[in-house]
Design a protein around this ligand. Structure first.
Ligand code: GCU
Length: 337
């Protein structure tokens, strides 16, 4: 993925001003401490942010004399696709990013974009918190320049739109924003709709200006991102469960001493626990708030939606055979549930 000049300049400027605000040197040090920059695109009350606060607290309680952790929420350092480049360069040390955004770097991450991969949310949660899953996803980490160190749940992705979606036919010919990635484009085609990939931060105005008819996400997007102001129908079709991963820059963690590395890895697990603990309550709250905004929650025959896109599983596995072991592990998690 290449960044254009505008983005490079904009991101560099954002980092420069962030550095100026925190009074840190451009070399990533602050008063003798090494600065650890963590980036994400959500608001400060979102479970991802709560997870990172637990990370900061843990690292600073153990190694506060050496490191200062700064969390940049709201995509202030740039959209995830762009910050991944900064992670690879090592100027940002940690990023919370959806697996869908990593797909273009490493096809293994497209596993989670396979629609209806999981048959229940509990199977999905068990699968993403199983250390074997992150280990399997890490095989190309040296070449990628980053490594996943924790998995955060991002719930279930569902369609929401300006007109109600009560059956697959209601998607026909409509334009839906999806996260970037070829699997999402194939999924929307299989549903008979059109995919419009764009960054998370651009979705509100695209909906407002009717550039798109709808989007798909968990319930928090309706409230945190205010999409419920401009889309009033949220349909529980349950098409995807893709996690947010906390990824670490190899340029940073590979240089840590084994003792410090251990603390950072433990902090990542603390973050995972805190994020999960906050998640379900946040979803219940978002649903109530969205109802207050006038959003109607629609239940549908999920099997009708599932059957429409199931042939994609075989096609995607054939196109990317290296996905097979992870796919089979996800199937085993479904069976064990
Ligand atoms: C969710 C997810 C984000 C992702 C976003 C999106 O909010 O938690 O990581 O970027 O969806 O649809 O882009």
């Amino acid at each position: 993925m290449r960044m254009n000049k505008f983005f490079c300049t904009a991101i560099a400027a954002a980092i420069a001003s962030a550095i100026a605000l925190t009074g840190c040197g451009g070399d990533g040090s602050s008063g003798g401490k090494q600065l650890v920059r963590m980036s994400h695109t959500q608001i400060e009350s979102h479970p991802d942010h709560i997870g990172l606060e637990a990370f900061k607290k843990y690292v600073e309680s153990k190694l506060g004399d050496k490191y200062e952790v700064t969390i940049y929420p709201n995509g202030t350092l740039g959209a995830n696709e762009k910050v991944l480049e900064l992670i690879k360069q090592g100027s940002v040390q940690y990023l919370v990013v959806s697996t869908a955004n990593i797909e273009s770097f490493d096809k293994l991450y497209s596993l989670f974009s396979i629609p209806y991969l999981f048959t229940s949310e509990t199977a999905y949660e068990k699968f993403i918190t199983d250390p074997k899953t992150l280990e399997a996803l890490s095989v190309n980490s040296k070449a990628n320049g980053f490594v996943p160190v924790a998995a955060f749940t991002a719930g279930v992705r569902n369609f929401y739109s300006k007109t109600p979606v009560r059956s697959v036919a209601d998607l026909s010919g409509k334009k839906f924003r999806v996260q970037a990635g070829p699997t999402n484009v194939a999924m929307m085609q299989a549903f008979g709709a059109a995919a419009t990939p764009m960054s998370f931060g651009e979705v509100y105005s695209a909906l407002q200006q009717s550039v798109i008819d709808g989007a798909e996400n968990n319930e928090l997007a309706l409230t945190d991102q205010k999409h419920g102001e401009v889309t009033k129908y949220y349909t529980y079709d349950m098409h995807q469960m893709c996690p947010d991963l906390l990824v670490a820059s190899n340029a940073f963690i590979d240089k840590l001493s084994p003792e410090d590395r251990k603390v950072f890895d433990e902090a990542a697990k603390e973050a995972e626990k805190a994020e999960f603990a906050a998640w379900h309550e946040a979803v219940d709250k978002a649903k109530k708030t969205a109802e207050g905004m006038g959003v109607e929650f629609i239940t549908v025959d999920v099997n009708e939606f599932r059957n429409k896109v199931l042939p994609l599983h075989e096609q995607l596995l054939q196109a990317t055979p290296e996905l097979k072991p992870l796919y089979e592990a996800a199937e085993a998690a479904n069976k064990a549930d």
